[in-house]
Design a protein around this ligand. Structure first.
Ligand code: OAD
Length: 249
């Protein structure tokens, strides 16, 4: 079904000395994790500014934590899909792929990818809301459900916050630096993202400037579709399985 276009990507991968992939919610969609935009998306029934901003948390931390606790419960029931598994395989290949993800669900790691660059953080990490000395460094918390809710900082007992990047917040400098370095690659794939949230969506342009062959895999067209060398319409899991099948190494 995708064989022609998948073959093109596979042949670029066969000769590439470096591969970088950026993933979005569409990669976790086949696992049952809701996306943000679109008819079934999380932003259909919730306004981002009421749940995913520092202002929202300051005015109603209980409501924000209820929402993150619900998402943690939902993701805990989901399993990585074939897209996560293929990317995990590629990330440990002789020429390892660098995986940058906007997803906070941890499914790449659960599929076995190490060194994931988590562009928007992780719902499995918490930080001190008051930024106390020890609590500025995120700690892992995988309790489902969270107890107590809202959780507290173990160092100063103030409120803890989700270890994610909210709207209006900056991407941590080290994460941005590593991501930009990874755009110096031979092949750059953008998979399952609506490509409307920056700076994540801008990484594609950086890769193009460095001369990468670029391809998008998405169920539908996005603002990036016209900018990539090859836009493939299809589900991330199906298309990646096909590309992987056609790779010669
Ligand atoms: P979106 O929900 O904006 O977009 C998901 C994309 O995945 C859409 O373009 C869909 O067409 C596509 N898609 C859905 N199912 C797919 C499948 N099976 N295979 C391939 N593509 C599929 O999610 P993101 O682009 O990840 O940020 O959103 C970017 C950021 O906006 C998120 O990280 C989050 C959100 O607000 C923050 O919370 C800071």
């Amino acid at each position: 079904m995708f064989t022609d276009v998948a073959e093109t990507v596979a042949s670029h991968l066969d000769t590439a000395q470096s591969l970088t992939v950026i993933t979005g919610a569409g990669v976790s969609a086949p696992s049952g994790v809701p996306t943000f935009r679109g008819p079934q998306g999380l932003w259909k029934n919730h306004r981002p500014e009421q749940l995913a901003t520092p202002e929202a948390f300051a005015s109603d931390p209980e409501m924000v934590w209820e929402w993150y606790n619900w998402r943690r419960e939902l993701v805990a029931e989901c399993q990585p899909n074939a897209a996560h598994r293929i990317l995990a395989k590629w990330s440990s290949a002789a020429i390892p792929a660098t995986i940058i993800t906007q997803n906070v669900d941890g499914l790449h790691e659960r599929a076995g990818t190490t060194g994931v660059i988590r562009f928007h953080g992780s719902i499995w990490e918490l930080r001190c809301w008051k930024e106390c000395d020890a609590g500025v460094i995120a700690w892992r918390n995988t309790a489902v459900p969270l107890d107590p809710l809202p959780p507290r900082c173990p160092y100063c007992n103030e409120l803890a916050r989700p270890g994610v990047v909210w709207f209006g917040e900056s991407i941590p400098t080290d994460v941005l630096t590593k991501s930009l370095q990874a755009t110096r690659c031979d092949v750059f794939l953008t998979i399952g993202t609506s490509a409307v949230v920056h700076p994540a969506a801008s990484l594609l342009h950086s890769a193009k400037q460095h001369g990468a062959f670029t391809s998008e895999i998405n169920l539908e067209g996005t603002p990036s579709s016209g900018d990539v060398d090859l836009a493939i319409q299809g589900s991330a899991d199906t298309v990646l399985v096909e590309i992987d099948r056609l790779r010669s190494k």
